[in-house]
Design a protein around this ligand. Structure first.
Ligand code: DQA
Length: 149
């Protein structure tokens, strides 16, 4: 089973970016944690990060040939991007939306997600563990799909 993890804008700054909100864990730490967890679960994992909306759209389009499940933290584009939403809707790959922070407990504008309606579900508020939980959810999705096939 193949999982692509997509990190959106400013997540490359994790560790030093607003540590009171996002903690001190770096993106490298998160990717290393995911790699360990994926290995234990027998999942083939790829991760990418981009600050550019178009690159995220292209990554989603290209995932269609490889990934069984997408895990995406669209970061600020969650609240603005019709293009990312449409890309997820266009490909036949289930997507799990992830946020480090609890976006529903912050500013009003963060409560609106353009992605949630086209995602299987959303995991928010558990810091780096949000990604770990998403990986477990991805495994559940893929095995249910395999059972049906
Ligand atoms: C975020 C939440 C977004 O509102 C914010 O713009 C981010 C990070 C999170 O992981 O908590 O950049 O997606």
């Amino acid at each position: 089973m193949n999982v692509l993890v997509i990190h959106g804008p400013n997540l490359n700054l994790l560790g030093s970016r607003e540590p009171d909100v996002y903690g001190r864990t770096t993106l490298e730490d998160i990717n290393a944690l995911l790699a360990r967890e994926a290995q234990a679960l027998g999942i083939e994992l790829r991760t990418i990060q981009s600050n550019a909306e178009g690159e995220l759209v292209t990554a989603i389009q290209e995932a269609a040939g490889w990934a069984d499940v997408l895990i995406i933290n669209p970061a600020a584009y969650t609240h603005t991007s019709v293009a990312i939403r449409d890309a997820i809707a266009a490909v036949d790959v289930p997507a799990i939306e992830v946020h480090l922070s609890n976006v529903h407990a912050r500013e009003d504008f963060r409560r609106r997600s353009y992605i949630a309606p086209v995602a299987v579900g959303q995991i928010a508020g558990f810091g780096a563990d949000s990604y770990r939980l998403a990986l477990q959810a991805a495994q559940g999705l893929a095995s249910r799909k395999a059972d049906k096939a």
